[in-house]
Design a binder for this molecule. Structure first.
Ligand code: CUV
Ligand code: SF4
Length: 647
């Protein structure tokens, strides 16, 4: 149990002062959070950190000694390279499975909506036609539901087919990339088959070739990119509509003392969409209970989803999720799947907050479970909102800490929205203004800042620092996931943050922004949740196609400064398979094998096999965000040079 005196008041956990206030409050009240638990285990296990601990069978666990001392092989004879590569693949599987389940559930939801036995309808009709056309589905004279069903069945095929390439891969990838993947034998056939194969190959006594295992990692990257990210984003856009420019708010001031506050947390927006809808419809009931209304706030990627489509304000990213409860003003936290700390339940028990789980395979002991399914989504959402209303009178007023500060942020930058804004400058050839800016060097390149916040990192610092360094150097920055929360909270998604941009970037942002009636585009563009990393990928593909080059040739990079999640690693691997350099600021747990490290991180000119030689981009592990940005800038300039763009 942490005691207040154990925590000197300068021991900082977050760049966001509000969370420091709450952390201190929690410590003083003896409430455990991830931050206090992390301080209790200050040093992670060195074997696990290096990736050399194997638990793949009951002869072990085995571990490889450091610096040539101690055992260099497990009992079965697996060496350090095999163990590290195999552990990396295990992480990839875990990440890809989460996103793929997200995709599959969305596909089923679309099927059910199309068949009419569901509480959802197709709202993104234009997107439906576009995706259907891409899949070669005949749409002429067909009803919307009919087309929806065909698209959903094509999506489900990506979990069933036994030969060929995944439909969603063919739909979105460049042909040159597909040829390369085919040649390497890493093109995925279907999501479940690949995951099952990968689990098999990582098990004891199977794949023992580190090269082959690393190729397996790339297949998982492709499974994630197409079966997880693209499939989810496309089908969500079809069901809920394509995100458009919205203005909303971040930071803890979005939690309103006079309102019934409901936090939506997790990833799959099926339920949170309904919570938003019913919180509006049931506001009179909240008033009858003495509240001014119902206020939904977002956490993590469920938060990003409802922000993008409904302008719902965001309260917290991953690492501080428990502290939101410590405000004492949360009537309910509704969770679906992924990135939900079990610790929220114990914190909630110190307050009147009710944790509500909603999926049969994500329960937390002690919490309330409201079963959610698409054919009873309205009923579930009503139940949940009413539970929250009923909790409002149970607030303990002496335990409340309220905040007034909020930060304005623009979001909703789907590619459709970006293209629409660019069209105002050039109707015939919307991408041209962007390409011209890149060609002239007004924009040096494009960076996607993605991924999470991590309890062991100083919250927001890495994300914000990398962004500011890149902006200063005229790199166009887009963001997704919890890193988007970091940027938004620190003014990088409103006009105040334009001061961090280099002059020429600012000029381009202003020109595009003014064309759509804004003072400027914000310094960084919020493109959505983690699965919405499909959006920056599609943007790069569109730019590359328009230029007649490959994505790997573009001056584009990805950066993941503060992640905690295997999901972020597998997203990064998807980008690596497309030849995009990817920075990670958190230990990827491969240092126990020089071979694996070399394959991932070495440059094309180095001897031996490496990712850059195969695909055109590499993994950059750098903890210091300033140094990381410098490396990314150098990579951008190298790619500009190779493309023959102005220096
Ligand atoms: Ni998917 S994966 S902490 S919520 S971004 Fe947030 Fe986003 Fe990472 Fe999780
Ligand atoms: Fe040890 Fe091999 Fe079993 Fe791993 S698979 S625990 S290295 S015996």
């Amino acid at each position: 149990m942490p005691k207040a005196q154990d925590h000197n008041h300068t021991q900082r956990i977050s760049l966001d002062h509000d969370f420091e206030v709450l952390y201190e409050k929690a410590c003083e009240a003896g409430i455990e959070t991830a931050f206090s638990r992390a301080k209790q285990t200050p040093v992670p296990c060195p074997f696990g950190s290096a990736g050399v601990c194997c638990r793949h069978c009951l002869e072990g666990p085995c571990r490889i000694g450091f610096n040539g001392k101690g055992p260099q092989e497990g009992i079965c004879g697996a060496n350090g390279d095999t163990i590290v590569a195999r552990n990396l693949l295990t992480m990839m599987i875990e990440g890809a499975a989460g996103h793929a389940e997200h995709g599959r559930e969305t596909a089923l939801a679309l099927l059910e909506a199309s068949e009419g036995n569901s509480d959802y309808q197709i709202k993104g009709v234009e997107k439906l036609y576009q995706v259907a056309a891409g899949l070669g589905i005949e749409t002429n004279g067909k009803a919307v539901e009919d087309i929806g069903k065909q698209v959903a069945l094509k999506a489900l095929e990506d979990f069933q087919k036994q030969a060929g390439a995944m439909n969603w891969l063919t739909l979105h990838a460049q042909q040159q990339s597909i040829d390369k993947w085919d040649e390497l034998g890493i093109t995925p056939v279907n999501v479940h088959l690949e995951i099952s194969k990968a689990v098999t190959r990582t098990s004891m006594g199977c794949d023992a070739d580190p090269v082959n295992l690393l190729l397996g990692c790339l297949t998982m990257g492709l499974v994630d990119g197409f079966g997880g990210l693209h499939l989810s984003s496309d089908l969500q856009d079809i069901l809920f509509g394509v995100p458009k420019l919205v203005k909303s708010n971040f930071r803890l001031g979005v939690i309103k003392k006079e309102m019934v506050n409901i936090a939506v947390h997790g990833h799959v927006p099926l339920l949170s969409e309904k919570i938003v809808e019913w919180s509006r419809k049931l506001s009179e009931e909240a008033k009858a209970a003495g509240a001014a209304g119902i206020n939904v706030v977002g956490i993590c990627c469920s938060g990003n989803e409802v922000l993008m489509r409904h302008g719902i304000p965001a309260a917290s990213s991953f690492s501080s999720q428990e502290l939101v409860i410590v405000t004492g003003m949360l009537e309910a936290m509704v969770v679906d799947v992924q990135c939900i700390m079990p610790g929220i339940q114990k914190v909630a028990e110190c307050y009147h907050t009710e944790i509500i789980t909603t999926l049969p395979y994500v329960n937390i002991a002690g919490s309330t479970h409201v079963d959610f399914h698409t054919d009873k989504a309205d009923k579930a959402a009503q139940d949940i909102v009413r539970k929250a209303i009923a909790n409002f009178p149970k607030r303990e007023h002496q335990k409340i800490t309220s905040f007034t500060g909020t930060v304005e942020a623009y979001a909703g930058f789907s590619n459709e929205q970006i293209i629409e804004a660019l069209s105002a400058l050039n109707k015939e050839d919307p991408l041209k203004p962007l390409l011209d800016a890149i060609a002239s060097g007004a924009i040096r390149g494009v960076a996607a800042i993605v991924g999470c916040t991590n309890v062991r990192e100083f919250q927001d610092w890495g994300n914000v620092t990398v962004a500011k360094e890149l902006l200063k150097n005229n790199v166009l920055v887009v963001a997704t996931g919890c890193s988007a929360h970091s940027l938004a909270k620190h003014n990088l998604m409103n006009m105040q943050g334009l001061e961090y941009c280099g002059e020429s970037l600012r000029g381009v942002l202003k020109a595009i922004g003014q064309a759509v009636g804004l003072e400027s585009l914000p310094p960084t563009l919020h493109m959505g949740s983690c699965v919405d990393n499909s959006r920056p990928a599609d943007l790069l593909t569109a730019v590359a196609n328009r230029l007649g080059v490959e994505v790997k040739d573009l001056p584009a990079v990805g950066s993941c400064p503060e992640t905690h999640s295997p999901k972020a690693l597998v997203i990064g691997t998807y980008f690596l398979a497309n030849g995009v350099d990817v920075h990670v600021g958190v230990n990827p747990q491969v240092s126990g094998s020089q071979f694996v490290t070399d394959v991932l991180c070495n440059g094309a000119k180095d001897d031996g096999l490496n990712l850059e030689k195969l695909f055109g981009g590499k993994l950059i592990y750098e903890k210091d965000p300033v140094k990381a940005a410098a490396i990314l800038l150098r990579r951008i300039e190298e790619k500009r040079l190779a493309l023959g763009l102005s220096s």
